[in-house]
Design a protein. Structure first.
Length: 335
């Protein structure tokens, strides 16, 4: 009997022929992400030891203060993807615009674009709480040989060929999908090797955890307020448990393993929601659907939304399918 692949490297090679157009380019791309994640992990782990904590004194395009580790993670991922000549373009939550990799870099003959949030959950960096990296991969629309265009990045989530996240938690994990289920790999820091620790991850269809920043309660739409009250009601298997880390990656990861729902709705302060469609919601939605869960903006699947701008925000409901469906029914009823 053939041995099952046990490391991420083996797994990528083993599954390479699932892709219709595969010439190994996507595999090389995934290998680069895996390498950059190790470099960032190393830096996150020693964040308390070196002078890397705190604000870098810059603000990003959305007016938010960037943390030094955000800047560092962005640089590592950008550099890895650019220098290795494996993509034709990259867009990052931390960059004002997408970067098309030009001919001199040899990038324009490549098929894929990457969109990413290099360090998500930045408010948790200073306090030793889990943060993450989120990535999303599309095939370009523009012809191979030309420069990547905005249209390559503004594709609906349904077109993703791969997506994943890294959670820098009590242990560091890389979880990803290429449209054939979701697999999770845990980093052995002593060896620098990712081992397949969570094969074929699935959201339980129903859970008992709801994750939402309840401090914003007064600013939530009525459907969300009513759904929260439903979660807290003493009836059947309720009340549910409230768990909110404030790092999407970590909240999602826990809910996928235990069963639960994460919600970041519109609020008075963020009338379109806070999370970004392209860097956060699309990749997490692809993972959710691949794991048997569901992702919605409260009314429609996230993956069906046609993006109109790079830094677009959307309300986000993601998790166990039955819980998301229930939350949607409240949105519909009280809209
Ligand atoms: P970030 O990309 O600036 O870190 O923002 C995204 C994060 C999510 O990880 C998290 O779920 C959410 O913002 C927390 O926001 P809030 O502090 O408003 O609850
Ligand atoms: Mg972020």
């Amino acid at each position: 009997m053939k041995n099952k692949p046990s490391t991420l490297g083996e797994f990528i090679i083993e599954n390479q022929n699932q892709f219709r157009y595969s010439e190994g380019e996507l595999s090389r791309l995934l290998n680069s992400i895996k390498l950059a994640a190790k470099v960032v992990n190393h830096e996150v782990n020693k964040a308390g030891l070196v002078d890397i904590l705190g604000s870098a004194g810059e603000t990003n395009v959305q007016g938010e203060t960037q943390q030094k580790l955000d800047v560092y993670a962005n640089e590592v991922f950008m550099r890895t993807l650019k220098d290795r000549h494996i993509v034709c373009g990259v867009a990052s939550e931390e960059e004002d615009d997408f970067v098309a990799i030009n001919k001199d870099d040899g990038g324009n003959d490549h098929k894929y674009v990457v969109l990413m949030d290099p360090l998500d959950g930045s408010s948790n960096i200073d306090v030793n709480v889990s943060v993450g990296t989120i990535f999303s991969i599309f095939r370009r629309i523009s012809p191979v040989g030309s420069l990547a265009t905005k249209e390559d990045f503004l594709q609906k989530g349904r077109n993703q060929v791969a997506a994943g996240y890294v959670v820098y938690g009590t242990s560091t994990m890389l979880v990803y999908t290429t449209g054939y289920g979701v697999n999770g790999f845990t980093l052995n820091p002593a060896l620098g090797t990712w081992y397949l620790s969570h094969p074929d991850m699935k959201f339980p269809s129903m859970g008992k955890i709801y994750s939402i920043n309840e401090g914003n309660y007064v600013h939530f739409p009525k459907g969300v307020k009513k759904y929260i009250k439903y979660c807290q009601e003493e009836k059947d298997d309720r009340p549910y448990t409230s768990r909110y880390i404030g790092s999407l990656v970590s909240d999602f990861h826990r809910n996928m393993i235990k069963g639960g729902i994460y919600i970041y709705p519109i609020t008075t302060a963020s009338p379109n929601g806070k999370l970004r469609l392209l860097y956060e919601c699309n990749p997490m939605a692809f993972l959710a659907e691949q794991a048997g869960g569901k992702a919605s903006d409260g009314y429609q699947p996230i993956l069906d939304i046609e993006p109109s701008e790079l830094h677009q925000r959307v309300p986000f409901f993601v998790g166990s399918a039955e819980m998301v469906t229930k939350a949607e029914s409240f949105m519909k009823k009280y809209s």
